[in-house]
Write a protein that binds this ligand. Sequence first.
Ligand SMILES: *Cc1c(COP(=O)(O)O)cnc(C)c1O
Length: 379
Amino acid sequence: MKIRYFDNAATTRIKEEVLEEMLPYLKGQFGNPSSMYTIGRGARRAVEEARIKVAKLINCAPNEIYFTGCGSESDNTAIKGIAYANSYRGRHIITSKIEHPAVLHTCEVLEKQGFQVTYLDVNSDGLIGLENLRNSIRNDTILITIMFANNEIGTLEPIYEIAKIAKMYNIIFHTDAVQACGNVPIDVKTMGIDLLSLSGHKLYAPKGIGALYVRNGIEFERLIDGGHQEKNKRAGTENVAGIVALGKACELAMINLESHMNYLKNLRDHYIEQVEKRIPNVKLNGSLERRLPGNANFSFEGVDGEALLLNLDAKGICASSGSACSTGSMNPSHVLKAIGLSDMMAEGALRTTFGEENTMEDVDYLVECLEKIVKKLRD
Ligand SMILES: *Cc1c(COP(=O)(O)O)cnc(C)c1O
């Protein structure tokens, strides 16, 4: 059976060009970038060229990019690294209720260590309130961490405005842009972002490679001690092939950004239109305007999300009931609860996240199957 993959927010398939680019570094070019001989120097050069490409995608300087093991590590390094380096100034952090677990659980760990965290509410679209943010700021606030785009409902937070407020109060601003990178334009300079997390496998590079941007001049503590790699901020011999792949993926994302966005948006809008036309009692979760181009999240009233997924899987369709991280936990998604959904509506949610490999025919097949399955489950 043909597999139709609509779960690109969980992970993406590595692109052929990206794979081609990284393979030599798993074969002949296996040298350690810290070694002096030729294959070592070749690996070093490849790492630094990749750093330039990642930097270009978000418009920062190459020496503001630190390679990490994943998006979760980038989030941990950003939040703990800033908290530990600034605890002498204060111990208060502001975040939102709809962050990825890599942010939420990191904040919870810091709370156990004596930091205080404010978790901002969001409205029914999933947006934080700027007035609410301003009112949450205290004398001892050292960090604001708000995601660029939500992984479940695709909401794009008002990053520029948040950064402006942070700057006004001299507070450091980090954003988890794992879902946004490669899917919407990002310019850390004009947007005023101090730290930003991204991850390879969400933008057509492999799993196990991430990056963290830290604006020059901002001090943070490293989480992994050892050698001097990454300007002494992240020990461990570099994942050269992964880094090369991430660089290539960022380069391609940069070149194709506009057409990529339009392509995904067309698929998504067609899907939303068809679902609303053909299936009664559905609700689109999140904002229609401030939304990732490839994200759709519907609640189907009176339908169990898990049953929906299993029935779709039998038709060769991959989708998600919420975030991949919460499947199996049986708890309704914290994001859907935060935007005010009842448990029943949250349990009937289906996230479909479109990618480059999807076609209009794939989307039509998806809608056709959904229509039948929802009807069957409701009967
Ligand atoms: C996937 C994801 C992460 C974690 O990235 P990994 O590379 O899987 O650790 C963090 N934040 C968001 C918003 C994500 O979607």
